[in-house]
Write a protein that binds this ligand. Structure first.
Ligand code: NAD
Length: 489
């Protein structure tokens, strides 16, 4: 199919299989969330495309997995360099396709995408066989590449999340098939151009575009897949876990959140409010945002007024403009979904402290919204909205704050502002995969990332990525000649 042109940036709409672009008879339309302009037709993956991509990945596996980490590293370093060489194109494409702020792409996402590749290429060098010596045997515990990895990513951070999985999977010696998000498929396609230019051997990295329910389901349910790494929503994760479970294939599931943002009585409320306004980043389409403000009743008024001032100053507009701080919601269906949450909450007695409706900038723009007078059992408190809609609840003491914080089915992250020792003590009792004390968004590739309860299964990051993407094998060599016996354990 013809390449797509987005403001002078050219990107392929086709799959990338075995080192070649592969077109499709069937396609779907990709639309810009900022102004609803059609961006182009994207190839839709059929069973044949999924099969071809898995065959290509299987074909490349013996050679790629037989290399040492040191031999793979130059390929991966070049891959990162080629991403960097296309930095402007990645920024413009993802901003136009997914509505992510261009400034955030340039200063946060693209450097991080490069680091996702180079950091794990380096870290793989430290993956040594682990010796265990006992009286009777020497054990050599190996981390072997698992095989072909299926990677499925969501639209809110396609480049960052795809590289976050590709980096360790490839560095560990696996080959990969990536199924990009159908609402924002362009930067994953450009990633294939970068891999190709870097000279990654054909079949090591493949991209099959298409819808989740069809292309994605065929990929994750294929018995030739050895690992499934998924980031997305809880309902999709259940389907993926069932499909992979049928083949007894391990899944890593990084899912949604309803994270608490706790403001203790001894918090610096101005600092907490400045951070609080960031929860509207990416129009609230951020899994790890603290979306439930839990504020001590004695500082609630002060905090809310400070937050109101910060929110009033936010610039809403085209994410490609440097001054913009909040862009569009990804899809008309998502706009309806978010507004449905707000309308039902208000009908149930919630008070709108600010926002509450659509924003005049465009059809897919919503006002940053804060809802108070909500109960713990309310839908708006219990379910992930994934839009610019936050809630406010107050508490009288730490126990009540913790009960509220832990009182949902989610357990991804959290934020806690307060005197440091106090905030740490409270954070220790919050049941989530991570929590930021007097801060937000600090991520380090060496640290584990993931959620508990409905927010996910497993951890990625640092050694945890390699634990997931590798098969652990114990090679046992006896220290004395071994005489077989039925009595022997
Ligand atoms: P989604 O679950 O609808 O889709 C995610 C991906 O899964 C897409 O590529 C989609 O095509 C694919 N998919 C859908 N059905 C499938 C199936 N049956 N088999 C295989 N693949 C399938 O999620 P979304 O709406 O794209 O993203 C938003 C969600 O992602 C939110 O819940 C958000 O919290 C979550 N998220 C989590 C993290 C994290 O790290 N925990 C990060 C970002 C987003």
């Amino acid at each position: 199919m013809n390449r797509i042109d987005v403001a002078g940036v050219s990107v392929s709409p086709d799959h990338y299989i075995g080192g070649r672009r592969v077109a499709s008879d069937v396609s779907f339309e990709d639309v810009c969330p900022i102004d609803q302009t059609p961006l182009g037709q994207i190839a839709e993956g059929s069973a044949e495309h999924v099969d071809a991509a898995i065959r290509a990945a299987l074909g490349a596996f013996p050679e790629w997995s037989a290399m040492t980490a040191a031999q793979r590293k130059p390929y991966l370093d070049r891959f990162a360099e080629e991403i960097g060489r296309r930095a402007d194109a990645f920024c413009l494409l993802e901003s136009t396709d997914a509505g992510v702020l261009l400034s955030r792409m340039r200063h946060g996402v693209v450097p991080r995408a490069m680091l996702n590749i180079t950091w794990f290429a380096n870290h793989a060098l430290t993956l040594q066989d682990r010796p265990i010596e006992t009286e009777q045997a020497s054990h050599r515990v190996r981390h072997d590449p698992a095989g072909v990895v299926a990677i499925v990513t969501p639209w809110n951070a396609p480049l960052m999340l795809s590289t976050w999985k590709l980096g360790p999977a490839l560095a560990a010696g696996n080959t990969c098939v990536l199924k990009p998000p159908e609402w924002a498929p362009l930067t994953c396609s450009l990633l294939a151009d970068a891999a190709d230019a870097a000279g990654l051997p054909p079949g090591v990295f493949n991209v099959v575009q298409g819808a989740g329910a069809t292309t994605g389901a065929m990929l994750v349910g294929d018995p030739r897949i050895s690992r499934v790494s998924f980031t997305g929503s809880v309902p999709t994760a259940r389907r993926i876990a069932q499909a992979a479970g049928a083949n007894l294939v391990p899944c890593s599931l990084e899912l949604g959140g309803k994270s608490p943002f706790i403001v203790l009585e001894d918090a610096d409320t101005d600092a907490a409010a400045a951070t609080g306004a960031l929860m509207y980043r990416n129009a609230g389409q951020v899994c790890l945002a603290g979306t439930r403000f839990l504020v001590h009743e004695r500082v609630a008024e002060r905090f809310v007024e400070a937050l109101r001032r910060h929110v009033a100053n936010l610039t809403i507009g085209d994410p490609r403009e440097p001054a913009t701080e909040i862009g569009p919601v990804i899809h008309p269906r998502q706009v309806e979904r978010v507004m449905g949450f707000v309308e039902r909450a208000v009908a149930g007695g919630a008070t709108v402290l600010w926002g509450g409706g659509r924003h005049p900038f465009g059809a897919q723009y919503l006002q940053p919204t804060m809802l108070a007078d909500v109960d713990q059992s309310d839908e708006i408190v219990q379910h992930e909205v994934f839009g610019p809609v936050l809630t406010l609840q107050t508490f009288a003491d730490d126990d009540e704050a913790i009960e509220m914080a832990n009182g949902t089915d989610y357990g991804l992250g959290g934020v806690c502002y307060g005197e440091t020792a106090h905030a740490i003590a409270v954070s220790d009792r919050v049941r989530t995969g991570f929590i930021w004390v007097n801060s937000f968004g600090i991520r380090d590739l060496a640290a584990p990332f993931g959620g508990i309860k409905r927010s996910g299964v497993g951890r990625e990051g640092g050694d945890w990525s390699f634990e997931f993407f590798c098969d652990v094998k114990d090679v046992v060599v006896p220290k004395k000649p071994f005489v077989a016996s039925f009595a022997h354990r």
